[in-house]
Design a protein around this ligand. Structure first.
Ligand code: 8DG
Ligand code: MG
Length: 139
């Protein structure tokens, strides 16, 4: 979505923080040919023309993890400039879903306890997501 921030090369990204009954979070590793290659991520992807964020999230999570989203809530929104690319991450917490989450495109994936999330190498934009999850887990 290049119009939203008034910048060229800006993309709106629907991102899912998928939480299971144990309170663990599902993460995947990005591939070598992708922007932010080999970083760990919360699955998701670009919002396409005519899609809402929840629609894009449902589509991307079905494609990338095989789950069907049953319930999601807004979690936070982050704008970040990588220099070569500007992203707006619209992050949703996915608290109910059907199916077994897995790396459906062959990407490495795992369930991680929230207190261990900071050990993973995420894109720079993700630092506030990990911080908020860990702060909430301490409550
Ligand atoms: N999915 C996801 N993307 C993230 C995260 N953090 C972060 O900076 N990003 C950035 C990396 C990319 O520049 C952008 C996501 O776009 P993408 O290229 O993965 O989009 P997509 O899944 O539609 O992939 P593609 O069809 O273009 O291959 O957002 C994150 O936690 N999850
Ligand atoms: Mg993606």
């Amino acid at each position: 979505m290049s119009t939203e921030a008034g910048l060229k090369n800006t993309v709106l990204v629907a991102v899912g923080v998928i939480e299971n009954a144990a309170g663990d979070i599902f993460i995947c590793r990005r591939g070598e040919s992708q922007h932010q290659a080999f970083k760990w991520e919360f699955p998701g992807g670009k919002v396409e023309a005519g899609e809402s964020v929840p629609q894009a999230l449902a589509r991307e999570l079905a494609e990338e993890t095989g789950i069907r989203v049953a319930s999601c809530q807004p979690f936070m929104r982050i704008e970040h400039d990588y220099g070569d690319k500007q992203v707006i991450l619209d992050i949703r917490k996915v608290t109910a879903f059907d199916g077994e989450a897995h790396g459906r495109e062959g990407q490495p994936s795992r369930w991680v306890p929230i207190p261990e999330l900071h050990r993973y190498d995420f894109p720079a934009a993700n630092a506030p997501i990990v911080a908020k999850l860990q702060a909430q887990a301490e409550d």
